[in-house]
Structure formats: structure tokens, C-alpha cells
Design a protein around this ligand. Structure first.
Ligand SMILES: *[C@@H]1O[C@H](CO)[C@@H](O)[C@H](O)[C@H]1NC(C)=O
Ligand SMILES: *[C@@H]1O[C@H](CO)[C@@H](O)[C@H](O)[C@H]1NC(C)=O
Ligand SMILES: *[C@@H]1O[C@H](CO)[C@@H](O)[C@H](O)[C@H]1NC(C)=O
Ligand SMILES: *[C@@H]1O[C@H](CO)[C@@H](O)[C@H](O)[C@H]1NC(C)=O
Length: 233
């Protein structure tokens, strides 16, 4: 007889094992890049200002959801300002991983909303030259050079991952298929074994009822004093 205990012993240990395997696969595939890469402004030159009044502009850099960084020295057009990266307002921002940020250069406006020099997707993958520099140039607006040596390996990583994407996708799907098949096999095995157990139990119950019927028949025979009919069976 297949007891409940036996079923549990046969399949109970396999399910946690599958869960553990799935967790291990998930962990190994979430290659999290936790290191934050610091971005500094190396140089900037503005080609125009947006104010009508002849006052000095207030230029600032900002990424969506972050604080503004005012560039206190940048006041004149057509002057190349270079920085050491150690100024009080540096660094400009941090890039957490290969995910891009929406950032831009703006000019504070006294009356209406701030003027935009340019707003663009700021990505670690832009820092793809070995010196860790990235030039963002916008015609008639500005030319800025950013520095982020720590972004270079991230840029390489993103390039490598885009190259190996198809391969990774294939492996990903293969793993999903294997897990689904394994879970299905365990499920079906459990179902079959459960059915067998149920059938066996039903048969035993029927047998028991059958035997009880004969016992009852025997009792009746005894009561009526008829010959041993049960010997025929
Ligand atoms: C932004 O500025 C506020 C107030 O100056 C400060 O409390 C906060 O920490 C800053 N946030 C970031 C991300 O620098
Ligand atoms: C760096 O990125 C820019 C823009 O995405 C691209 O034009 C340039 O060819 C890249 N350079 C290298 C060395 O990959
Ligand atoms: C990373 O990128 C730099 C600059 O393009 C290149 O010189 C270097 O070989 C790359 N490293 C790897 C591991 O791809
Ligand atoms: C922008 O600035 C960089 C660094 O000063 C310079 O190498 C580059 O030629 C400039 N680009 C333009 C289009 O002015």
C-alpha cells in the first residue's frame, strides 16, 4: 500500500530542491553592478545665453529627480571653462549601472520657466573611449566634456551584453523550458501516484465490503441452518 507518508517521501524532497535550483539560477543571472560611477564635468563652453536682459547667466546641470548643480563660473559665451573635477559643486552626478538618466544643461530664468541648452539621455555607455571622456556637443548651444573613468568598464559591459544578448536569451529560454518540464514531471508523477493510491484504496474498500457481505451471508446461513454455501467460492 502506498501511504501518504511514502508519497511525501518520494516527491516532497524534490520540490524544495527545484525551488533552490531556480533561486540559484536567478541569482547567477542578475549580475548586479552595484558600484556607482562618479561623473565630473571636465570642460564646458557655451555659445549663447537665453536671457533677454544683459545680466550674467546662471547655468546649471540637472538630472531628472536629482538636485540642480549650478556652475558658478560659467558666465561668458565663447569661453572654454576647464575644471579639475575637485570643485565644490563636483561631481555632477553618479551613474549606478548601464541604465541611462535624463539630464541636461539649463539656464535659470527670472520670469518664465528655466531655459534649456539641451536635455538628453546620459548613459554610461557614452564613455566608450579609453580616457573615460565623453563630449556632448549641441550646435549653437554648448560643447561639454564629461569625465567618468569608472564608466568605461560599464560601457564595455553594455556593449558586450548587447553582443551576447541573443545567446543569453537562448540560455534563458532553455532554463525556463527545463524548469517547466521538471515541474510538470513532478506534478504528473504526483498525480499518477495519487490516482494509483486512490484506486488501490477503492479496491481494498470494495474487497472489504465484499468480505463483509460474505460474513453477513455466513451469519444468515448459520441462523437459517443451511449448508455451508460459502465453500463454493
Ligand atoms: C538635495 O538637496 C537637499 C537640500 O539641499 C538635500 O537634503 C538632499 O540630500 C539633496 N539630494 C541629493 C540627492 O543630493
Ligand atoms: C562611442 O560611441 C559613439 C556614439 O555612440 C560612437 O559613435 C563611437 O563609434 C563609439 N566609439 C567606440 C570606440 O566604440
Ligand atoms: C573597453 O573599451 C576600451 C575603449 O574602447 C578598449 O580599449 C578596451 O579594450 C575595452 N575592454 C574590453 C574588455 O572590452
Ligand atoms: C568640444 O570640446 C572638446 C574639448 O575641449 C574639443 O576637443 C572638441 O573639438 C570640441 N568640439 C566642437 C565641435 O567644438
Amino acid at each position: 500500500m502506498v501511504s501518504r507518508e511514502a508519497i511525501r517521501r518520494r516527491f516532497g524532497t524534490r520540490v524544495p530542491f527545484l525551488l533552490l535550483l531556480s533561486c540559484m539560477i536567478l541569482l547567477s543571472y542578475s549580475q548586479v553592478l552595484v558600484s556607482a560611477a562618479v561623473v565630473t564635468l571636465d570642460s564646458i563652453e557655451i555659445f549663447k545665453t537665453h536671457e533677454w536682459l544683459p545680466s550674467k547667466p546662471t547655468v546649471f546641470f540637472s538630472c531628472k529627480g536629482e538636485n540642480d548643480t549650478v556652475l558658478p563660473d560659467v558666465k561668458e559665451k565663447h569661453v572654454l571653462y576647464t575644471f579639475k573635477g575637485e570643485e565644490s559643486w563636483q561631481p555632477l552626478t553618479e551613474l549606478q549601472n548601464i541604465k541611462c538618466k535624463r539630464c541636461g544643461f539649463y539656464e535659470k530664468d527670472a520670469i518664465k520657466s528655466d531655459d534649456v541648452f539641451d536635455e538628453w539621455e546620459f548613459c554610461a555607455s557614452d564613455f566608450n573611449s579609453s580616457d573615460g571622456k565623453y563630449v556632448h556637443f549641441k550646435e549653437k548651444e554648448f560643447n561639454a566634456t564629461f569625465l567618468c573613468p569608472e564608466c568605461v568598464p560599464l560601457a564595455n559591459a553594455s556593449e558586450a551584453s548587447s553582443k551576447g544578448k541573443d545567446n543569453t536569451n537562448m540560455i534563458h529560454w532553455a532554463i525556463i523550458v527545463v524548469i517547466v518540464v521538471a515541474v510538470s514531471v513532478v506534478f504528473v508523477a504526483g498525480l499518477v501516484s495519487g490516482c494509483k493510491y486512490w484506486q488501490k484504496r477503492k479496491r481494498q474498500q470494495q474487497q472489504a465490503r465484499f468480505l463483509k457481505l460474505f460474513e453477513d451471508a455466513d451469519d444468515i446461513e448459520d441462523e437459517l441452518g443451511i449448508g455451508p454455501l460459502s465453500h463454493v467460492v
